[in-house]
Design a protein around this ligand. Sequence first.
Ligand SMILES: [Zn+2]
Ligand SMILES: [Zn+2]
Length: 555
Amino acid sequence: MSNEIQEDEFNIHWIRDVVDEVLARDVDEYVLSTGKSPSGSIHIGFVRELITSNVIKRELKDLGKKARSLFVVDDYDPVRAFPPSVSLSLDEWVGIPYCDVPDEFGCCDSFGSHWANELIETFPDFGLDPEIVWTSKLYQTPEMRDAVRICLKETETLREIMIKYVASDFNDAQRTKYIKAMEDWYPASILCPECGKFQAGAKGSIKPNRVTGYDIETDHVSFKCPGCGHEASVPLDKVKVKLTWRIDWPTKWYVLNVTCEPAGKDHSVKGGSYDTGLEVSRRVFDWAGPVKVPYEWVMIGGRDMGTSTGIVFSPKVWTEIAPPELYRFLMLKTDLQRTINIQPERVPDLVDQYDRFERVYYEVEETTSDEKELAKLLYPLSESNPVRNEYLPKLPFKFAVTISQLEEVIGTEPVIAKSIEVMHKQYDIESVSDDILAHIRKRLDRALKWVTNFGSKREKIAVPVEVPESIISTITDDDRKFLTLLLKTLRKSSLEDEELQTEIFESAREVGIKTKRAFTVLYRILISSKSGPRIGPFLNMLGTDWVAKRIESVL
Ligand SMILES: [Zn+2]
Ligand SMILES: [Zn+2]
């Protein structure tokens, strides 16, 4: 994907199309669902699903409809594997539901709630407010229990549906084998009361503790645990039970009365678990099931959303380096069917683009009528909070990147003062409100975190406390003449960035050293480097007094 807004073909119509499709259901209350298994740190790509559901809800409410959104945490799923960062023993915990695995960090009720909470804590930043549904708790409700009972009674129909979808692309031999295996298949597994596992074996060799028989008359289920060998026949009400994934999903839709659920391409491919679920909805629960809204992956720096490999770019990481509104904007402006690839290195450009888009919305930036129209629609949906009546000026992110790195050298107050000065030059600010100050602080923090983690060598600046001896020893007599002359200029009066830039050229010419040499000398004294940010603005950021003292220290 190109991140250039101007080049991008805006596909905002997808929101309108999806909302129309959902509206066609004509229900009293629209329920927008999303769901995720908390198997580890959740990748920011999943937030595309949450944002999609959130904007559908916002649009429905704008139309005066009743609408709710849900985030279903699948913490009743059994452990199949652990991400590399987890220190718990897989042998010990495999097959046990995430809600029963301890939180190795000790801050939450369980492993499942820890990773779900890491995501949930970022919801206010991203403007998300779904009701949280914990699958482990949902399964203990009478409504879910009744729905499980319906599934067990309809086992024969579910076998047919499973064969139709799962075996659709099998060859004859595989198909025969699968049909044979389905003869005594039941749609549910039992949490073994002896060993606490839903299944034995890890990824690749999983043996579920599947129901082996169901007696409709007595409502008894039988099972034999493949982990510890415990076997029993007990009333359905007396055991903990969980449906097979492809059956579990439509059963939750039915119990939660879901009108629409967006789903990633892994689940929403033709004949995949979404389609299986829709047929289960029609044939077993006798209703249409939700409106299927498929969406493509989000890649960060070319890496996909996989949660099982390596470091995960979580929503929390995003909020530390960039505004969450920018992420919403990037999701909304792109058609759901297109993969979004975000390069973290390009965050400053992306922030600039969103800042500009915001100015278009507030009509403080001239543009085409098409873009104005688009901003009216897209900007309020991109914002995490209700849109302000008046434009709040923004500190240019690229300026923040440089000056935030100087805070330790020149102090917080000068950094804030210079930030305000920059904003004054760009906008008509009557007074510096608390909101502006809060914005500046946040932007400086994000810029510093961004440059530390993703900035290039050229963007990173380190100012040593003193000029190192190794650098002082390289300063020539001509260099000293140039520095002495520049020092006089600095002491005389405060100069604008460009005037300062010109003065450096002039001083170099007067002394007779090459301008390139003059710049090199300055960068070496300031940041022990041959090059750096544009010198005029940079000297002003440091402050002429500070620079003058620095020059004196080497003369
Ligand atoms: Zn925790
Ligand atoms: Zn067992």
